[in-house]
Ligand binder design. Sequence first.
Ligand code: ADP
Ligand code: MG
Length: 470
Amino acid sequence: VWNDCLEVIKENIDSENFNTWFKPIVPLRVDGDVLTIQVPSQFFYEWLEDNYVPVLKKAIHTVLGATGRLEYSVVVDSGNRQAPPVAVNYPANTVASQTRRSNINNNGFTSDEYSPFTFKALNPQTVNSRLNHSYTFDNFVEGDCNRLARSAGLAVAKKPGVTSFNPLMLYGGVGVGKTHLVQAIGNEIKNNMPSKVVLYVDQNDFTSQFLNALQNHKLQDFQNFYLQVDLLILDDVQFLAGREKTQEMFFHIFNQLHQSGKQIIMTSDCPPRDLKGFQERLLSRFKWGLTADLQEPDFETKLAIINRKMQADGIEIPTEVAEYLAYSVDTNLRDMEGVLNSLIFHATLLKKEIDLDLAKEVLKNIIKEIQSDVSVDFIQKTVAEFFKVDLEAMKGKVKKREIVIPRQVAMYFCKRYTQLTLALIGENFGGRDHSTVIHALESVEDMMKTDANFKSSVDELGKKLKLRVA
Ligand code: ADP
Ligand code: MG
């Protein structure tokens, strides 16, 4: 009977796929109109069901008639998995099997659910975890921007595989620390539970390994390799968008790991609900566990990161320089890393002293779009924000005291930090003449002498503005 089925199948698919997916099948028995075939693994079964239901249906119905049904006997692997993957010894080392029904019996309905399938304990083996040991919790600076994600990460590192945190999905923009954090989790687990098999891959590795396996008919090995891990970290999962087959493979791996209580951690550049080009069933699984975001680092966190990094390299960085960098590098932390490395290079190899000038020079070379000069606009905006007054009112004619003082302060800084003449400064504040500007400067200086609170506000503002001066 099976040979007749194979004839039909052969006519409907190419020979490569035939050899990969149908040659290894062993026919077991025919009970009335039910054919039972043996397949080497759960994965093999799922793949057949996901890809070959129409073909199988045609074959079974041709050979056994319209009521013909198909069942699988799935061989349970004895647990002899190795990395790198070796050929699966089928069926010599098999010990047990489980029965599965085919969806050809359900009128084409494809079930999304899989029965529980647990793997036997594996010997911890030589899986290269691909972790970068320099990413740890110790050197991951905690801040408002990452507090939630960090504590979620710590919780998972303590108890990997706990259902409510599985999968852990961390998302955020470029350079916010996603890779650092997930690697820190991996390293923490590796340190505290050395017997756990940890694997870090980014989407790129995963996809190219998969395509390679597909080409070389090693999908079984590929999936066996992934199923031996206790913690799977898949970085930058958003790039799986539109990759149907790779997603499908990941879906199988995800299900089987999750069902056997293995921890899965993923990162993405956006929350699961915004991911485009993903199979719905995969997206729904992404939301099963815990989702946490990492935000753009705030000033304090950036400052702490700078100090930590310089300290680790044994380099002194003046507060003024650290603050300047924390203000100025507002693209992302990867750029910050570049700036700091360059500063360290200058300090250690070129024996230059780290000061504001050096910092500015380095910054200019690394980050092109960095603001190069303090503009009147910038001063006006910063001052208005600082005093919480309306920007347009401050630039205009309003005579109220709570507006006049910020206006005078803004003029004062325009005189100090720009090359503009008094007349031009007046122009920028509703067309006032130069004597009004002189009056403003004098009154600011007077108030600074008599009012300590006012003076400290102006000083603080000055620092903010100065840090922007190139
Ligand atoms: P992402 O993966 O989100 O793009 P990365 O993890 O690669 O970002 O982080 C970029 C750089 O910033 C790395 O060098 C990383 O070590 C550093 N970094 C990010 N967040 C922190 C943090 N909270 N503390 C210390 N370093 C950090
Ligand atoms: Mg990353």
